[in-house]
Design a protein around this ligand. Structure first.
Ligand code: FE
Ligand code: FE
Ligand code: FE
Length: 166
């Protein structure tokens, strides 16, 4: 698709996020399965449920715009998920593995935060108020997830990973 104006770019960025979220729907259950800490596993499961809602929000936006959500693959998310897979294939101490899973998950959240921040701003500029509202909701969830991951790392997981070496 040729991007001629900001509206076209808005749609392209939304498609990229749609592809990213769809890839995450497949990756998050694997990350949950790999996590050793119950809290971390539960965190991944909860975020999987949120991700289903985020996909539904994007579908509502595409419907409102009258365009298909398909036609673009988010290569960045493919790469981030690939890195997550590499981690899971390694033979690590389980506490270190959890620290590594958090690191991978936070890279994903930061990518999403950048993407949703952008489309949320574009939606406002374009007068797409309903879309802006929905995108803000998802942006808030991604930020909240990132904060929770930081807290989990700083309060327990990292300390256990350090202790694993002693
Ligand atoms: Fe998401
Ligand atoms: Fe992308
Ligand atoms: Fe997320």
């Amino acid at each position: 698709m040729k991007v001629k104006n900001l509206h076209d770019l808005f749609v392209e960025e939304l498609k990229d996020l749609y592809s990213a979220e769809k890839q995450l729907l497949k990756a998050l259950p694997k990350m949950a399965k790999a996590a050793c800490s119950d809290e971390l596993r539960q965190g991944f499961v909860e975020h999987l449920e949120q991700t289903e809602g985020q996909v539904a929000r994007l579908e509502e936006i595409f419907e409102g715009l009258g365009v298909s959500p398909r036609g673009k693959k988010c290569l960045a998310m493919e790469g981030l998920i690939e890195e997550g897979k590499e981690i899971m294939e390694e033979d690590m101490d389980e506490n270190v593995l959890d620290a590594a899973l958090i690191a991978a998950a936070q890279k994903v959240e930061h990518y999403e935060i950048a993407g949703y921040g952008t489309v949320c701003t574009f939606a406002k500029l374009l007068g797409e108020d309903r879309a802006a509202e929905l995108l803000q909701e998802t942006l808030d969830e991604e930020k909240e997830t990132d904060v929770k991951l930081t807290e989990l790392a700083e309060t327990t997981i990292n300390a256990e990973a350090v202790a694993a070496d002693e």
